[in-house]
Design a protein around this ligand. Structure first.
Ligand SMILES: NC(=O)C1=CN([C@@H]2O[C@H](COP(=O)(O)OP(=O)(O)OC[C@H]3O[C@@H](n4cnc5c(N)ncnc54)[C@H](OP(=O)(O)O)[C@@H]3O)[C@@H](O)[C@H]2O)C=CC1
Ligand SMILES: Nc1nc(=O)c2c([nH]1)NC[C@@H]1CN(c3ccc(C(=O)N[C@@H](CCC(=O)O)C(=O)O)cc3)C=[N+]21
Length: 282
């Protein structure tokens, strides 16, 4: 049996409509949720992503400003700009697009963002809040994956979830969110001795590596839920994920496509976080 598709585009659209409604209510009270996006340098993918984020915001009634700076910008100047946005009461969310030029310390830049405006959820304060169950912004990508699981009515309690990847922005927060829902969680990475032995036990697999065909059909238990976070290009230059979609869909119970899966959900959750930052401020 072929897996059912979890349609990220459709779910993101529903979430954007909810955000638009709540934004309208906030605007009626004189508050316009505002997101400031900082892009340093000329990375083509980052230019596309940030443009998408601005368009999503505007279409949903939020205010988004894209500030562009040359790759030669100093770290001190960037930190000063972030601090100015921290102090600006009209700005509710701050997003510094990654990757930053090599001469900058990304973590230092992220820690300079006020936790109240950290709509990416990358600040140590946000990570600590997620880990301890306190209130704070959740990173948009794993948050979007959780919404996808929720959308199919999937109960994680007692299920075995295997996360492939342990980055601070995807793998680790993903594992924390699954754990909070009482899944038994295994985190795999480049030093994992036998990845297939792990994934074959999984009821839920989240692949967040950045390499094509990390997950193939022989590695998946029949009926498992497969969430593909990866963003890669195939030999024809087309977008593809970490999962061998054609093979795995014949074994899995549910699967997310790339494009049209986790990517649009990441962008939708950024709108949710920005709206909530504005609601908290208001
Ligand atoms: N759709 C979306 O919205 C988003 C998509 N992405 C995409 O998700 C992917 C992951 O992103 P990100 O977490 O930032 O990437 P990172 O490069 O920071 O992390 C990749 C992780 O994969 C692990 N890894 C590498 N090779 C293997 C392997 N052969 N087997 C198992 N694990 C492996 C690494 O292990 P180790 O730690 O040991 O090096 C690392 O933990 C990328 O394709 C990125 O473009 C990212 C953000 C948002
Ligand atoms: N501070 C910061 N925050 C981020 O959230 C962040 C970042 N930096 N740097 C880069 C990664 C990557 N990322 C994506 C988000 C959406 C899609 C997305 O919408 N993808 C579409 C396709 C888009 C296209 O056509 O290229 C899809 O999968 O359908 C992709 C990738 C956010 N990131």
């Amino acid at each position: 049996m072929t897996a059912q598709l979890i349609d990220g585009n459709a779910l993101a659209k529903t979430i954007r409509a909810e955000v638009a409604g709540r934004t309208q209510a906030l605007r009626a009270r004189g508050i316009t949720p505002a997101l400031s996006i900082i892009l340093v340098g000329e990375d083509p993918a980052s230019q596309v992503y940030t443009k998408h984020k601005v368009n999503d915001s505007t279409e949903t009634g939020l205010q988004a400003t894209l500030e562009r700076y040359p790759a030669t910008m100093t770290e001190a100047d960037l930190l000063a700009r972030v601090r100015a946005l921290n102090d600006d009461p009209k700005v509710h969310g701050i997003l510094v697009q990654l990757p930053l030029p090599k001469h900058m310390d990304s973590q230092k830049v992220i820690e300079t963002i006020s936790p109240a405006k950290d709509v990416d959820g990358f600040h140590i304060h946000s990570a600590g809040a997620l880990m301890t169950g306190a209130r704070g912004f959740w990173p948009c990508t794993p948050y979007g994956c959780m919404k996808m699981l929720e959308s199919i009515g999937y109960s994680l309690r007692g299920k075995h979830a295997v996360v492939i990847g342990r980055s601070n922005i995807v793998g680790k927060p993903m594992a924390m969110m699954l754990l909070a829902q009482s899944a038994t969680v295994t985190i795999c990475h480049s030093a994992t001795a036998d990845l297939k032995a792990m994934t074959l036990q999984a009821d839920v697999i989240v692949a967040a590596v950045g390499k094509r065909n990390v997950l193939t059909a022989d590695m998946v238990k029949p009926g498992a839920v497969v969430i593909d976070v990866g963003m890669n290009r195939n030999d024809e230059g087309k977008l593809c994920g970490d999962v061998d979609f054609g093979g795995v869909r014949e074994v899995a119970g549910w699967i997310t496509p790339v494009p049209g899966g986790v990517g649009p959900m990441t962008r939708a959750m950024l709108l949710v976080n920005t709206l909530e930052a504005a609601e908290n401020a208001g």
